[in-house]
Design a protein around this ligand. Structure first.
Ligand code: MUC
Ligand code: MG
Length: 370
């Protein structure tokens, strides 16, 4: 095997506009201002992954990710072996927070390991399924516009599972959107809702009651987990699994939220827990006996590739559709071969490592540091 000593770590900020902004209760994204992380080894391997800052969720920005990688995390990894993943975790965890920066470094290291072993990371992680069913996230808009977007996803990609963003006006707009989708598509689609903490506990309870006939399969972060008793009260009466997303981003938070009665399912996002920590979250959820869903951090194609690699690799994440399609709204991306969704499914790559091939001309066009 080639020399796996990490020689350099590079953080490249880039920006690609969305054709259509994605809006939800805690914020909106108009431009993918992400950071490409590159880990180079002495033996000449290049591992890459993408960090999407989400200031309203994790407090990170594009500039903060570049700074923490340049000043702390890069120097912490240089000189170690790509095989030293536990040591990497120990060194990076001396700094609190910065989850997407840590996650992307972990996945870039896995990219190196897969290339070194000439195996797809998807197989190294577990290799359970070849592909994952796709769920599409519908951002805020007028009901007819959201119905039209769902129709386009069905027609063009065969997607039939939709996560509907709610959390603005509970009994007028939000419930009306879900009802419009159900009336248009009947039982042909699966629908679930994500409030991004926008409702109160009592608004959530009433909205759930008003949607009782709409056949929702999950309810995610309808109100803030910090409303501790209100949240428990809500979760107790929720008729479907109540998903913790931004309230359960680490194994410790998952334990607290689930054992405290504030969640009955967990969103796994490689964008914030990479592969190594996502496996910890996943195994914990399995041990606690709660369901999981592969979430979306409004990832670009590189991040989406990481989500499908992890989601398809494990049995429990393969049971539900993973949120893998919002890159479709970006005006462009960095991959040489765009990801495709056919018949409502996305395939996990079969090439060694993450199977990433970047278009260097596009990176030159979109990078922000030159
Ligand atoms: C989601 O599931 O909430 C929006 C905010 C965020 O942190 O992730 C996205 C999607
Ligand atoms: Mg969410």
């Amino acid at each position: 095997m080639s020399d796996l000593t990490i020689e350099s770590v590079e953080a490249i900020p880039f920006a690609i506009p969305y054709r259509k902004a994605l809006r939800f209760a805690s914020g909106e994204v108009r431009t993918a201002e992400h950071v490409l992380l590159r880990v180079r080894t002495a033996g000449g391997l290049l591992g890459q992954a993408e960090a999407p800052p989400r200031p309203y969720t994790y407090g990170e920005t594009q500039a903060s990710i570049v700074a923490v990688v340049d000043q702390l995390f890069g120097p912490a990894l240089v000189g170690t072996s790509a095989l030293d993943r536990e040591e990497h975790r120990a060194r990076l965890s001396r700094t609190v927070g910065n989850p997407t920066a840590k996650a992307a470094l972990d996945m870039a290291v896995w990219d190196v390991l897969g290339q070194a072993l000439r195996q797809p990371v998807h197989r190294l992680l577990g290799g359970y399924a070849d592909s994952l069913r796709v769920s599409h996230m519908l951002g805020f808009d007028r009901p007819e516009v959201m119905v039209a977007e769902a129709q386009r996803m069905i027609d063009e990609h065969g997607i039939t599972t939709f996560k509907v963003k709610v959390g603005q006006q509970p009994y007028t707009l939000d419930v009306a959107v879900v009802r419009a989708l159900r009336e248009e598509f009947g039982d042909d689609v699966e629908l679930y809702v994500d409030g991004n903490r926008g409702w109160t506990a009592s608004e959530s309870a009433r909205a759930l009651a008003e949607m009782a006939d709409l056949g929702l399969t999950l309810a995610e972060e309808l109100n803030p987990a910090d409303d501790v008793l209100g949240r428990r009260w809500l979760v107790q009466q929720c008729p479907v699994p109540f998903v913790a997303d931004e309230s359960a981003t680490t194994p410790a938070e998952v334990t607290r939220e689930v054992l405290g009665g504030s969640a009955t399912a967990v969103s796994v996002k490689t964008a914030r827990t990479g592969f190594s920590e996502s496996q910890r979250v996943l195994h914990l959820a399995e041990g606690l006996g709660v369901e999981v869903v592969m979430g979306n951090q409004i990832d670009g194609q590189v991040g989406t590739l990481c989500s499908v690699i992890f989601g398809a690799a494990h049995r429990s994440t393969s049971r539900r559709a993973g949120e893998l399609s919002n890159f479709l709204d970006m005006s462009d991306d960095l991959l040489a071969e765009p990801l495709t969704i056919t018949g409502g499914r996305m395939a996990a790559p079969t090439e060694p490592g993450l199977g990433l091939r970047l278009d260097e001309d596009k990176l030159t066009r979109y990078r922000q540091d030159r």
